[in-house]
Each structure stands twice: as C-alpha cells, then as structure tokens.
Design a protein around this ligand. Structure first.
Ligand code: 5RP
Length: 232
C-alpha cells in the first residue's frame, strides 16, 4: 500500500469512529470515503451500530448497500447529523475542490444538509491556493456545452470535456449531464467570484468548489496518524 493510500485508510477509519448510534450520516464518494463506508459497515455488522446513511452517488449507494448500511433519501429527512467526504484540494480555510469522481452535485446537496460536514483526506490534498493541482469540475447540460465552454474561457479557465475510460465519448454523470474540467493555470485568484459566476451560467448544474462548507477536516498522514484541522 502506498503512503497516500495509508493516509486515506487511516482517515476513513478514524472518521468512522466519530459516528454514534442514532445518527443520520452523509456518505461521501471516492476512495477515501470508501474506507469510511467500509469501516461503518463493519461497525454496523459487528457492534450493532444503528445508523442511517444518505449516499452522495450511485457508487456510494452501491457500496453502502453491500456493506449493510441502511439508507434513506432526502425526501424522508430534513437534516443530517454528520457527513464525511473526500476532496481533491483543501485550502487553509477548508475551502475545497471536489468532483474528481464526478459526484460533486449530489455531494454538495447532501453536505449542505449536514452539521457538521467533515472533509476527510490524505495530506497530499492540502494546498495553499485552490486550483493549483486540480481542475474545477463543472457539470453541464450537454446541449449547453458550447456556451458554457466559451464562458469558462472568458473566466480564465482552460476547459476540457472529461472523457470516459471504459466507454467511447464523454463521462455521463449520475444526473445524465457531462463534466467539463476547468483548469486554472497558476491557481484560482478569487474562488468566491468564480463560484458566483459559475452558478449564474445557464446550462451549469453545479460545480466542484465547496466554499465555507467544511467546518472541520481530518487529515491522514503517510505514517497512518490523523490530525484534526479547522478553518484558518
Ligand atoms: C468525488 C469526490 C471525491 O471525494 C474526491 O475526488 C476525492 O477522492 P479520493 O478520496 O478518491 O481521493 O469529490 O466526486
């Protein structure tokens, strides 16, 4: 196992220990969140941990079902007691870029309903400025690809339509939309302005900037230790 993978596993398993019976838990997407879901599943089976999960993607849903975690949709509940999810970048204010797995739209909905939302990640995800190592994924209505791409260029991005690996053509999200990865060479100078601009672009469903949403972070180090961080 790589040191990065060790950090992911350590933080996923540490996060699962923060959950207590009776909680409604938002279940994130990605390899770090998968460690959390597997550890929660073990606690459900072995300790009788009594929780209900709300998944952030088909992938998280399938894994949670396989692990025996009871699930509920957002039609049935108003708030979540806690949510955990990974990130592609985390800045010192715990602002995030998410969506390498293309799940950012559902992740944002679920995590906006959780108090607290805790980001879980290995230490390679920490950055000084958002956009320096990861693009911002933008979920786009297919017929709006042209106008959204041109708008992204005007906002200073280098937009790249995300292509599928085991299928010809673009990645299709859980919503049936396409994903454009917006690269900002040199980083994003004003993430709040970019957030506003993207949300006001017709044809954009949502994007991977999560600003001010994570109240705490758990960071897994290569040696398997985990540290808790708060926004600076
Ligand atoms: C999926 C996400 C993931 O949480 C993010 O990409 C981190 O993934 P990983 O834990 O596999 O590094 O936002 O849409």
């Amino acid at each position: 196992m790589s040191t990065q993978e060790a950090g992911k596993r350590a933080v996923g398993e540490a996060a699962a220990q923060r959950v207590t019976s009776g909680m409604k838990v938002g279940l994130g997407t990605g390899s770090t969140a998968a460690y959390l879901i597997k550890a929660l599943g073990r606690r459900v089976r072995e300790e009788g941990l009594d929780i209900i999960g709300t998944p952030t993607s088909f992938a998280a849903e399938r894994l949670a079902r396989a692990e025996g975690i009871p699930l509920v949709t957002l039609d049935a509940i108003e708030r979540l007691d806690i949510a955990f999810d990974g990130a592609d970048e985390i800045d010192p204010g715990l602002n995030l870029i998410k969506g390498r797995g293309g799940a950012h739209t559902r992740e944002k909905i679920v995590e906006s309903l959780a108090d607290p939302f805790i980001v879980i990640a290995d230490s390679t995800k920490l950055v000084d400025q958002l956009g320096t190592t990861a693009p911002v994924p933008v979920e786009v209505l297919p017929m709006a690809l042209g106008p959204v791409t041109r708008r992204l260029e005007k906002l200073g991005a280098r937009p790249v339509l995300r292509m599928a690996k085991s299928k010809d053509g673009p990645v299709v999200s859980d919503q049936g939309f396409w994903i454009v990865d917006a690269y900002f060479d040199g980083g994003i100078s004003d993430a709040q302005a970019l957030n506003e601009a993207l949300l006001h672009t017709p044809g954009v469903l949502d994007h991977g900037l999560f600003l001010g949403m994570a109240k705490r972070g758990l960071i897994g180090n290569p040696d398997g230790s985990v540290q808790e961080v708060v926004p600076r």
